[in-house]
Design a protein around this ligand. Structure first.
Ligand code: ADP
Ligand code: MG
Length: 359
């Protein structure tokens, strides 16, 4: 157990690291952020900061030496850096789990190996392989980069009228994964925390609505039949257990029109669809992460309100004064000075009475 007063190292300097650092500070921990750019959102609220490349072994080693336990706030930290940290200090979730989530093929193969339903998929290495795989899976289908994709980047909808060469060019990587198109009724996610003792705590499934492949709105909880809720919860706990997770895991899922659940992707870290837990639950997803990696007991996920979370993306951030005038709204800004299209600048959580998200 790492008692309050210890130092948590966070690889990555984005808003997830920022909100984790704020939670850690409330529990009396210090955080040391490793960011690859200056003035990162997390660095603004941390006790210590290293600004260096993840590919700088000496900087990574010094960082590891200076912390008691480490975690990762985004998946795409190079595996070599993860291993370097893990050689010196506990890195939780384990690097092997993060490496699974870095690679869409490994991720889907893992999910299948533990009996979880996913979209049909094929590995494709060139436009000819893509053409053949699209013939098998049927169009439309979805071509994605195997690595380094997020917010729909590196993703192409392969419709009837796009040539394989054009789809390949738009994806822009040397290996792709082609997935069958899931004609879903809605997208949901479940966030589950798991401690070193195997104890788990999960939040209810929430519904996620995307605009331009970027999360726009999360409705908590999702309005689903009780058996679908139970199934989503079971799947998330099963995956956390089979990964031997210590930390927090978000499981993104599709609910099909027939009501079955198909897992889309895994994020072994706090997730944008869990931001509402800061304002509507006894314990936030960020505090759960701190508790899990420090060996503290997990907190209650009890929800005192329903919530609707809206991201402030790009220029939306200019709307922040509106949120301040709404007594039900909680405003979170990430300290990013440069506004760019598609960039997550902050979010607003609107609290509703329990049961009201159904309306
Ligand atoms: N196989 C699919 N069928 C239908 N829609 C998909 C499929 N894969 C992804 N999408 C849509 O694109 C969004 C982003 O894809 P995702 O795999 O989650 O990648 P990212 O890493 O960019 O979040 C999903 O939330 C969903 O709306
Ligand atoms: Mg996703």
């Amino acid at each position: 157990m790492l008692p309050p007063g210890g130092t948590i190292g966070i690889l990555g300097g984005g808003q997830l690291g920022r909100m984790t650092a704020i939670s850690a500070a409330r529990l009396g921990y210090r955080t040391h952020i490793f960011a690859n750019e200056p003035d990162a959102p997390a660095a603004q609220v941390a006790a210590a900061v290293t600004v260096a490349s993840f590919n700088d072994p000496a900087a990574v080693a010094r960082f590891a030496d200076s912390v008691d336990v480490a975690t990762c706030e985004f998946e795409n930290v190079p595996a070599a850096a993860l291993r370097r940290v893990a050689a010196k200090r506990p890195l939780l979730p384990r690097p092997e789990i993060i490496e699974i989530a870095q690679d869409r093929l490994r991720e889907k193969n893992f999910l299948r190996s533990v009996g979880t339903l996913t979209a049909e998929f094929r590995e494709v290495g060139d436009p000819d392989a893509l053409a053949a795989a699209a013939g098998e899976l049927g169009r439309p289908c979805v071509l994605k980069t195997v690595r380094l994709g997020y917010d729909g980047k590196g993703q192409v909808l392969v419709t009837a009228d796009i040539t394989p060469a054009e789809a390949w060019r738009r994806m822009g990587a040397s290996v792709g994964i082609l997935e069958s198109f899931v004609d879903f009724r809605c997208e949901i996610s479940v966030i589950v925390a798991r401690g070193a003792d195997g104890a788990m705590a999960a939040y209810p499934p929430v519904e996620n609505r995307h605009v331009n492949h970027i999360l726009d709105t999360t409705i908590a909880p999702a309005q689903l039949p009780t058996d679908t809720v139970a199934e989503a919860d079971r799947i998330a706990r099963h995956i956390a257990e089979r990964l031997d997770l210590v930390g927090v895991l978000a499981v993104e899922m599709f609910v099909t029109k027939a009501g079955t659940i198909v897992v889309n992707e895994l994020a072994p870290r706090p997730h944008n669809s869990g931001h509402w837990t800061i304002d509507a639950c006894a314990t936030s997803q960020f505090e759960q992460l701190v508790r899990a990696i420090c060996g503290l007991p997990l907190g209650s996920t009890e929800r005192h309100s329903d919530a609707v979370m809206t991201n402030l993306i790009g220029r939306d951030v200019a709307k922040w004064p509106e949120a301040l005038g709404d007594p039900q709204a909680r405003l979170h800004l990430y300290g990013k000075t440069k506004v760019r299209a598609g960039r997550k600048m902050g979010h607003v959580t609107r609290l509703l009475p329990l049961g009201a998200a159904a309306g």
